[in-house]
Design a protein. Sequence first.
Length: 480
Amino acid sequence: MLSASKLRDDTAAGATEPAATVKAAIARAREVGAGRDNLNIFAWSDDDDARTHGTACLGQMSDTIPGLLLGVPVAIKDNIATLTLPTTCGSHVLEGYVSPYEATVVTKLREAGAIPFGKTNMDEFAMGSSTEHSAYGPTRNPLAPDRVPGGSSGGSAAAVAAGIVSVALGSETGGSVRQPASFCGVVGVKPTYGRVSRFGLVAFASSLDNVGVLGATVDDAARGLRVVAGHDKLDSTSADIPVPDYHLAGASPIKGMVIGKPKEYFPETLDPRIRARCDEALERMRALGAVIRDVSLPNTAMAIPAYYIVAPAEASSNLARFDGVRYGLRIKGDGLRGMYEATRSQGFGPEVTRRILLGTYVLSAGYYDAYYRKAQQVRTLIAADFSKVFATGGVDVLFTPTTPTTAFKIGAISDPYEMYMSDIFTVTANLAGVPAMSQPIGLLDGLPVGGQFIAPHFGEMAMFTAAYALERAQSGEVRA
Ligand code: GLN
């Protein structure tokens, strides 16, 4: 798959036909074995649907400025509403559900000339870190098919890693774009909370949810974010702040930028080989004139416990709507209550059920103060840690490993708590609402390692400037 910028320029110049691009993407999906019985990258895909979108994108050609993603196929996670393919969140409970409206991010993609290309597989309702918890079976990592692609946006990361598309949409509540990006050796961006509209993103934990972008390169991801970001009157939490040209961030120098290295993200227990990859990346940035500074985010250790109270609490409320009345699956039972019980107990998988139970418990009278309120207080402390290093510590961006391990084997982690620990370095940014991204920084036993940048609220430009510079340095280009 060509880069988004090359595809866009070639399409705008008339040198590439969108129909040929779609054909190539369909052929590539076949070639890598993207289907259900193999890598299982897509929850829903339809070649004719992709072809129709390919033809429609040509409408953009008449514009004086053809869109930033003109003629670029973009895969879309199965929890983002589209009109022409099902939106099922990797769940049986939504089987057969086709949304009557479209997510704002999908409208924006189409307005920029992009070609929606399939709905990607995911952990059910985005709860998971491996894409093993999908009602439609696990997705395999295209780089090592006996391993997971990460999750919950594993299908989107795999679609990019397999070279089917150069851009994909995912979603994040606690790391679901960055962690799979790291496991699949691609770039994954979680924007500032409020930077991208959530209208049409099926809610998991509304105060933490974001639409994120995966790309084969920093530029692919930057273009994708440029297109989907912005205020939306349909989402009152979206910010009315102008969207910078993220894809031009690479023109700014990294020289003089202060990059914080938070000690809590480099614990004694960190795999020394992951530490080494991070140190190499930091060294490259230092060589380009960045200043590396040791910093501390003292409340980091409390992030996982706080997240696993706040996220299930909000999920238990958001998922109450799937009751067999309005959406997807309905299983007959004894009366109304029996129908609710049968639909919900058969419609939801074990991880989603666990979260609903946990969330209902922490919100119940008598436990609310002990758990939910406490977790919200901890969340405030974590956000304050970030504000402090950015505002008074003079740090422009932070750099950390994205995940404590590389992609693990399918079936290797059965303990939910161990699975939750996959997100130890990523959930903090969701709790604080700050932007963060993962990009490949090398290999460990042949598997990709991800490095993470974290920036202040609406500081995506600084993050991208650093990311472009690091990516250039890794490819041997020495421009600072
Ligand atoms: N893995 C985390 C969870 O299971 C995060 C998921 C996400 O970001 N959607 O909740």
